[in-house]
Design a protein around this ligand. Structure first.
Ligand code: SF4
Ligand code: SF4
Length: 119
């Protein structure tokens, strides 16, 4: 993984998803370096159009180690709380998020990855 992404990802507290409901796994927005990594991962077939192409049949992420920033932020900040109550020991603060996004924005264009392709 590119060092710039690794450094950003390490700033986000992780937590255990207890329910694997898949509700947080629809089409994903990411930056070019992330889309280049994700487009090399095998996609899961025979899903609903609005499922993320990496959501497997057990509602687990098939590309967990390289999932993009938006997936890591979900559940880690108060405005994106997991509806099932999964959360880290401590949410990121607004200042933390702004400083992560300030670096992230410099990584280039946004791409949408969905079951209809990458745009
Ligand atoms: S919404 Fe919560 S419980 Fe459901 S998959 Fe996402 S993190 Fe896990
Ligand atoms: S990349 Fe993984 S965590 Fe992110 S939306 Fe897709 S399945 Fe969910």
């Amino acid at each position: 993984m590119k060092e710039e992404l690794k450094e950003l990802y390490e700033k986000i507290p992780s937590f255990t998803c207890k329910e694997n409901c898949g509700l947080c796994c629809g089409p994903i927005l990411c930056k070019r370096p992330e889309s280049e990594i994700l487009n090399k991962q095998p996609k899961v077939k025979n899903q609903e159009v609005l499922d993320c192409p990496f959501l497997d049949e057990n509602k687990r992420c098939s590309c967990y180690e390289v999932r993009p920033l938006v997936c890591r932020l979900f559940g880690a900040i108060e405005i994106l709380k997991c509806p099932e109550g999964c959360k880290p020991d401590c949410f990121l603060t607004e200042d933390d998020v702004q400083s992560i996004l300030a670096v992230y924005k410099k990584l280039g264009d946004d791409f949408l990855i969905s079951n209809l392709g990458t745009f």
